[in-house]
Design a protein around this ligand. Structure first.
Ligand code: G3H
Ligand code: 13P
Ligand code: ZN
Length: 321
């Protein structure tokens, strides 16, 4: 089966009111685990590759591994560049056949972010690829400047609904990554913090009211950092802090129902793989065949992805919609 376009996956997901899992891939075991899980659950899939993944595995290896996965499976699979940081990297990925790319200009002033994103959009659209832009900064759950007044401040840390409209209109981006208190990694929140789901609703509504329709929104940093995985890693010699915290799964479900269509997950995959490897190292210290520790670790990742697509994203069963 050839690669699927994210455009088609988004259209079906919006119609079916489910979210797509965008899972990060760095090596063969992660790829096999993710694809096998989605194949088993009949879930459409976005595989995403970061600049760091390309540096780690070599783009050619990743491309060939994904070709193998696609040829061995029946589910629709899209390949996406995660956090592209330059026009040149986005162009390279589009030229290699990625069905979508992210250009992350979120650290730039709004006008420069728009300029860079538009440049990528212009190239991508000429070459049958889609673009995810980002507005707002993924620095975690902290109050945005000016929120005390009850409004949504402009050019702040969190995404402002009116600026989201301006950004999408002026760039022509196909999807938008929002900053609503989300952040990357295993230490997202302190105490009982949550995503700013009211802001998410306001962004969705502003885009709708501006005539941009049911516009696909993207949630980065969507790992839940399960406590049992952290506990297991530490039980077998890891030293993750007591203060690990992810996005509670109920928040992800509300985000999905509010119109988040693409949910980015990497940290949870890393935790599952690490827990699996550490367990074998601790329980069978004499083993040194990588297959002995990588295959149970791969199974742990697969189980995690099955859980996400079935119980959190609700995209299981939608591969052939
Ligand atoms: O959002 C970042 C992803 O988790 C990718 O991480 O840049 O370490 O590959 P990475
Ligand atoms: P996590 O760190 O929550 O897994 O987020 C991954 C991500 O946003 C990739 O772009
Ligand atoms: Zn991200």
């Amino acid at each position: 089966m050839p690669l699927t376009h994210t455009r088609d996956l988004f259209a079906k997901a919006l119609k079916g009111k489910y979210a797509l899992g965008a899972f990060n891939v760095n090596n063969m075991e992660l790829l096999q685990a993710i694809v096998e899980a989605c194949e088993e659950e009949k879930a459409p899939l976005i595989l995403q590759i970061s600049k760091g993944a390309r540096q780690y595995a070599n783009p050619v290896y990743l491309k060939k591994l994904i070709e193998a996965a696609v040829s061995l499976s029946n589910i629709p699979i899209a390949v996406h560049l995660d956090h592209g940081d330059t026009f040149e990297l986005c162009k390279q990925c589009i030229d290699e056949g990625f069905t979508s790319v992210m250009i992350d200009g979120s650290h730039l002033p709004m006008d420069k972010n728009i300029e860079l994103t538009k440049k990528v959009v212009d190239y991508a659209h000429k070459h049958n690829s889609s673009v995810e832009g980002e507005l707002g900064k993924l620095v975690g759950a902290q109050h945005d400047d000016g929120e005390a007044s009850g409004g949504f401040s402009r050019s702040g840390v969190y995404t402002n609904p009116d600026e989201a409209v301006q950004f999408v209109k002026q760039t022509g981006a196909d999807s938008l990554a929002v900053a609503i208190g989300n952040s990357h990694g295993a230490y997202k929140f302190k105490g009982e913090q949550h995503l700013d789901l009211e802001r998410l609703k306001a962004i969705k509504k502003a885009l709708m009211d501006a005539g941009l329709g049911d516009f696909p929104l993207v949630l980065h940093g969507a790992s839940s950092v399960p406590k049992d995985l952290v506990k297991e890693i530490n039980q077998y010699g890891g030293k993750l802090g007591e203060d690990t915290a992810g996005v509670p799964e109920p928040d992800i479900e509300i985000a999905r129902r509010t119109g988040v269509t693409k949910v980015n997950i990497d940290t949870d995959l890393r935790l599952a793989l690490t827990a699996g490897i550490r367990k074998v190292f601790a329980e069978s210290p004499k083993d040194f065949d990588p297959r002995k520790y990588l295959s149970p670790a791969r199974t742990r990742v697969k189980e995690l992805v099955v859980h996400k697509v079935k119980n959190v994203l609700c995209c299981a069963g939608h591969a052939f919609d």
